[in-house]
Write a protein that binds this ligand. Structure first.
Ligand SMILES: CC(C)(COP(=O)(O)OP(=O)(O)OC[C@H]1O[C@@H](n2cnc3c(N)ncnc32)[C@H](O)[C@@H]1OP(=O)(O)O)[C@@H](O)C(=O)NCCC(=O)NCCS
Length: 149
C-alpha cells in the first residue's frame, strides 16, 4: 500500500526502508534506548511496517504494527525525523496506519507523552482492571545508552 501527500509518501513495502536510519533513531529513543541493530531488523521482519519518505526519497519517519491482521495490533516505534516535524506528517502517518487496519478492532500502544496525538483517533486509557502488561525498561534489556551515541 502507498499513500501520497505534498511530495511525501508512506509505504508498507519493507524493502524500501532505510533500516540504518530507522535503527539510528530508535537507539536514541526513550522507549528503545540502545537497541541493537539486529533487534530492529528482526522486529521489522515480524511487523507490518509503514515507512514515511521525503520528496527526495529519504527516510523521514516510521511506524510499525505487530498484528495478526484480524483481531489485534500493537502500534509501535512511531517517529518523524526532526527536520520533517510540525507539518502534520505524524498525524498523517497514524491516519494511514488506521486506514490500513480499519478492520482490526483492537489496537493498543504505549506512549510517555504523545497521548494527544493518539486521542484524536479514539485511543483512550485502558481499563486497568482488564489489562495487564509486563514491560522491562530498555536499559534492563539493552544496557545503558552510551555517552555521545
Ligand atoms: C510524535 C511525533 C511523531 C509527531 O510528529 P510530527 O510530524 O511533528 O507531528 P504533527 O505535525 O502531525 O503533529 C502532531 C500533533 O500531535 C500533538 N502531540 C501530542 N503529543 C505530542 C508529542 N509528544 N510530540 C509531538 N506532537 C504531539 C501535536 O500537538 C500535534 O497536534 P496539532 O496538530 O493539534 O498541533 C514526532 O514529534 C516524533 O517523532 N517525536 C519523537 C518520537 C516520539 O515521541 N514518538 C511517539 C512515541 S509514542
Amino acid at each position: 500500500m502507498e499513500w501520497r501527500r505534498g511530495g511525501y509518501e508512506i509505504s508498507t513495502d519493507p524493502e524500501r526502508l532505510d533500516v540504518e536510519r530507522v535503527w539510528r533513531f530508535l537507539r536514541t529513543s526513550y522507549w528503545a534506548a540502545n537497541v541493537p541493530r539486529d533487534v530492529v531488523e528482526r522486529s521489522i521482519a515480524g511487523s507490518l511496517v509503514f515507512g514515511l519518505y521525503a520528496p527526495d526519497g529519504a527516510q523521514a519517519g516510521f511506524a510499525r504494527v505487530v498484528t495478526d491482521g484480524v483481531t489485534f495490533g500493537w502500534l509501535a516505534d512511531v517517529f518523524v525525523l526532526e527536520p520533517h516535524r510540525g507539518q502534520g506528517l505524524g498525524v498523517w502517518l497514524v491516519e494511514c496506519v488506521l486506514d490500513h487496519l480499519r478492520e482490526v478492532p483492537k489496537l493498543i500502544l504505549g506512549t510517555a507523552d504523545a497521548h494527544g496525538l493518539y486521542a484524536r483517533f479514539g485511543f483512550e486509557q485502558p481499563d486497568p482492571t482488564r489489562m495487564m502488561t509486563r514491560v522491562a525498561l530498555p536499559e534492563e534489556v539493552y544496557g545503558p545508552l552510551e555517552e555521545g551515541s
